[in-house]
Write a protein that binds this ligand. Structure first.
Ligand SMILES: *Cc1c(COP(=O)(O)O)cnc(C)c1O
Length: 379
């Protein structure tokens, strides 16, 4: 089965991991700092980066840094992986869903404006499939309502909006480095922010809220062993062994972006005349590094097309089951139908394989299989 996404690991990557394994530091060492610095530099001047153990940990950490807690609402999209919402629940907040744009699957600014209340602490958009949202517009809207804007950029590292890289504008941006994403550390993630106070709070949360700087102690330093736990946190530290992989992968991000764009072009051309399928397009002003190639088919045909592709050895996916359709959210009282555009998109969507090591022959095989699938024949 051709997977829908997978890592690309080369000799440089394995050498980097081996070097970290042979060093004095498996975790809490210098490679973590090197990776965070390189990641921040790759995003843009003036941002800080905090590495964590997953994209889920990144969202949890971002919400904690934003001060999300009981009584607050996090307003987000249902067209995402559940963690975008569940990490807010973990902090005792409530989640509200706004609808998405029919063309991109990205959170609709107008829908968010309608759903905002005085309890909205954070607006979280997802750069669905790797297409960046207008982070400036969301940040302005959030700030006008005493809220912060979080960009879940699990799909979009390397993408730009009007020439500005993802991660520069939002109050907090989160990345995932899961193997299917645009770069990997096996498990891993990061929180990016242009605001030093938010970077500091994220850094505290991912390491038990521990302070080791005598200038910041509240109580009297008792000796060389002393440190203080000043805030509530967790252990979300990314180890050096995985940061080494991240550092090596980061150097390959340009190569990954080029290959992902080539594959997208090949799909666009090869599927252009297949009438039953709506292809993804890049909105004006965006330069996505696509994590997903999502196509839309008729709702009533989706199951048959999906099953036919799987039967033909194509590891397609659906991204996503709307978050509020999951039993966890049903039990909290969320009804179907509250976000009709997202729900329609989710009912029609199929993600085709997209990863850098996919060969042109593989892409052509997927295109041929799609023609067979929409014609309603099985092999
Ligand atoms: C992958 C993903 C996450 C979670 O990242 P993990 O590293 O798997 O924890 C969160 N949000 C979105 C949109 C994702 O695609």
């Amino acid at each position: 089965m051709l997977p829908y996404g997978r890592q690309s690991i080369d000799e440089r990557d394995t050498e980097a991991v081996l070097a970290a394994l042979r060093s004095d530091w498996l975790t809490t060492g210098p490679v973590v700092d090197d990776f965070e610095r390189a990641l921040a530099l790759s995003v843009g001047a003036g941002v800080g980066a905090v590495s964590v153990t997953s994209g889920t940990a990144a969202l949890h950490t971002a919400y904690a840094a934003a001060g999300v807690g009981a009584g607050d609402v996090v307003l987000t999209t249902p067209l995402t992986f559940a963690a975008t919402a569940t990490t807010a629940l973990q902090l005792g907040a409530q989640v509200a869903f706004a609808d998405v744009d029919a063309a991109t699957g990205n959170l609709s600014l107008a829908s968010v404006a309608d759903a905002l209340t005085s309890r909205t602490r954070v607006i979280t958009a997802v750069d669905y499939a790797g297409v960046p949202v207008d982070a400036s517009a969301f940040t302005e809207l959030a700030h006008a309502h005493d809220a912060l804007f979080v960009e879940d950029a699990a799909h979009s590292i390397g993408s730009t909006f009007r020439g500005v890289p993802v991660g520069v504008v939002a109050d907090l941006t989160t990345f995932s480095f899961f193997p299917t994403k645009n770069l990997t550390t096996a498990e891993g993630g990061a929180v990016i922010s242009p605001t030093p106070a938010l970077v500091d709070r994220a850094r505290a949360f991912k390491a038990h809220g521990i302070v080791r700087d005598p200038a910041r102690y509240r109580n009297v330093e008792e000796g060389a062993w002393y440190y203080e736990v000043q805030s509530l946190g967790l252990n979300y530290r990314l180890p050096d062994v995985l940061a080494a992989l991240g550092l090596s992968q980061l150097a390959r991000l340009g190569e990954f972006a080029r290959r992902r764009r080539e594959i997208v072009r090949r799909y666009n051309e090869g599927l252009a005349d297949v009438e039953e399928v709506v292809l993804p397009t890049d909105p004006v002003g965006t330069e996505p590094v696509r994590h997903l190639y999502p196509v839309l088919v008729e709702r009533t045909r989706r199951r048959a097309v999906f099953d036919s592709l799987r039967d033909q050895g194509i590891g397609v996916q659906v991204n996503y089951i709307p978050v509020h359709h999951h039993p966890l959210f049903e039990d909290l009282g969320y009804q179907r139908g509250i976000c009709p555009v997202a729900e329609d998109f989710a009912a029609r969507e199929i993600s085709l394989p997209l990863f850098p090591d996919l060969s042109d022959a593989d892409v052509d095989h997927v295109i041929d299989a799609m023609r067979v699938a929409v014609a309603g024949r099985a092999w």
